[in-house]
Design a protein. Sequence first.
Length: 173
Amino acid sequence: MHSLSTVSTHKIVKLAVVGDGGVGKSTLISRLATGEFIDKNMTIGFDVESWTISTNGDSEAIKVACFDFGGQKQFRFFQGSLILGAKAALIVFDCNSYMSLMKIREWMDLLVGVPDDKKLLVGTKVDMGSGIPYEDIQEIAEEFGIDYILLSSKTGENFPQLIEQLKTLVCES
């Protein structure tokens, strides 16, 4: 997943990562970028992290510029303009916070410029159990016509599947 000197980068893809504050967006992004669990503080405003995804048997690569948006309402006034140009999006919720799942609708409103087939619903903190019935998660995903994945940034559970889904989202942009 990390850049290799023999890999040539042909394009940069902007990925928006949105969701309520405290759901684990920054920790998720850190795990994607480094392959390790790094417990992060909440993002104030927004942050940008990048990494390279190898494609076509490691002969080509795409650089992912990941925009991590703080989940607090006071930042929403500028987030829409920063999301412009995003080719894909991860909409993140905490598997133990029903409220964070219900607020997915608000986040989807900010992502109108991102095609639905380039959005992925991501449930975090699955290592702590899930206080949300899977039927409710599936219902939200179906409402918006998007796929979903449940994972743990801490243990790495389902990260290989996330990386494969992410390749599909960004490589076909």
